[in-house]
Structure formats: C-alpha cells, structure tokens
Design a protein around this ligand. Sequence first.
Ligand code: GLN
Length: 286
Amino acid sequence: MTLTCRALLTAAAARLADAGVESPRVDAELLLAHALVVPRTRLLTLDEVGDEAIARFEALLALRADRVPLQHLTGRAPFRYLELAVGPGVFVPRPETEQLVGWALQQVAGIAEPVVVDLGSGSGAIALSIAHEHPGARVTAVERDPGAVEWTRHNARTRAATGDPPVEVLSGDMTDGGLLRELDGTVDLVVSNPPYVPDGARVPREVADHDPPLALWGGPDGLDVVRGLLVTAARLLRPGGALGIEHADQQGESLPAVVRAHGSFTDVDDHPDLAGRPRYTTARRV
Ligand code: GLN
C-alpha cells in the first residue's frame, strides 16, 4: 500500500501532538524526510510514499511519540552553520545557545589568533562554531563526561576533515584547579553552556530521560558548577579577557550577582535570547 505524503504527515502530526511533542508538524516532516533519505523541502513535491519508507517512518514516529529527542532519531543537530552528530550520551545543542556564540565571536573579531576555551563542550557546538567562524581562533574544548567527550572528539574530527581549523579536545572537569594550567592568564575568551538546571526542576521527558545528567543538573540553585567555573575562568583569562555563560530563564539576576560577587570580573551584563528570555551573562576579567 502506498499513501500520500500529505495524509501520512497529517496523521503523524496529530499522533505526535497527542503524545505532547512540542512541534509535532515539523518533527513529523523531519522524520519522514529522514525515513525517505531526502531533504525536508523535497516533501513538498513528493506524492506517494512506498511501503518500506512508511515502515521506517512508523518506527521513528513510535520512538518520537515516546519522547525520544528528534535529534537522536535523525542523529543530527543543526547549530549555526554546522550540523553536529548527536545521540545517546551527549547533550543536544539548542538554538538558544547560538546567540551566545554570536556574542563570543564579536569579542574576538579583532584578534588575529584569539585563545578560546569552551568549558563543558558536549557535542562541541560552541567550540566548533567558533573555530568555523573565526578560522584564526585557537580553541580548546573541555568535557568531563567520558560518554560525551567521545562525541566532542567525533565532531571535532569531522569538522577538521572538512577543513576547519583543528579544535583541541580535553577530557577534564571545568572546576578542576589543575585544568589547562599552561594557559593561565593568556585566554582571550572563556565561553560555557554549563549544567545549570536547579536540582528537582521539571524538564521535558526528552531532556530528563535522554540528555546526560552531567550536562543538566547544577545543584540546589543550579549554580554550583558555575561557581567552580568562575574560579577557572578568572585563572585562565588575561586582563580584559571575555567571559560568556549561558543560564536558565530564572537566573537572569542570580548569575550576574554571583559573577559580580566573585570579585575578578567587571562589565557584568545579562542578555536575552530571541524569545526575550534572560539567557546568558557576560563579563570581562579585571
Ligand atoms: N537549556 C537546557 C534545557 O533546556 C539546560 C542546559 C544546561 O543545563 N546547560 O534543559
């Protein structure tokens, strides 16, 4: 039996909506395109879908309805100009992090070979985007989760093979006082999307069941890891060096306050994301 693309998508979107998926139509389209091994735009001009593709699509839909992240099913996550490989064991990069990277690139735009450190790199989205968009940057990506760092390395190898400047991947903890000692006082930019979700906060099933816990949970107020991060950033940054840290919607005041209280930073600002929600704090090393 063949079915029209339209009928398949209408039924699939309804099923995903019933399952509580946030963007059911887009997800249905991306999964059908994935099952057909065609770009999403091809769906517009496609009429009938054959049995085998329908079977593949149904299997993907069942998993998505069970709230497996879309990006784990396609194996890909778009981020700025890149497409990263993702799957079980690594945090799926989010669109709201893209602006932090835009800010980060502005900070080093005037430096020919800026030294950049991405703390808690996961898929490598931030580090690899900076290397891609500022080819002179000397970027180090740090990741403590042994499962996640395999993905960091994988994506770094893939990007380097396409001609991007190599990013150094380091297996390590951003709160470790011995981390990257050789860079002390020389770093132009430290950027991080650290684990910041307050313990016990409600997160969607895709996040709770599939993103690695080490990438999410940040203690009672969500800022435990950030406090350690600040010590490391203060040590690594040169005077005037820039710091950018993503945070949760509710941390638009608490995170800047923690950065100010630390004492090593000035020009502490907070920035909203495209949805207008407080999303990242920036500062400069005194
Ligand atoms: N923004 C992520 C979420 O929605 C959390 C990311 C993090 O803790 N770094 O779950």
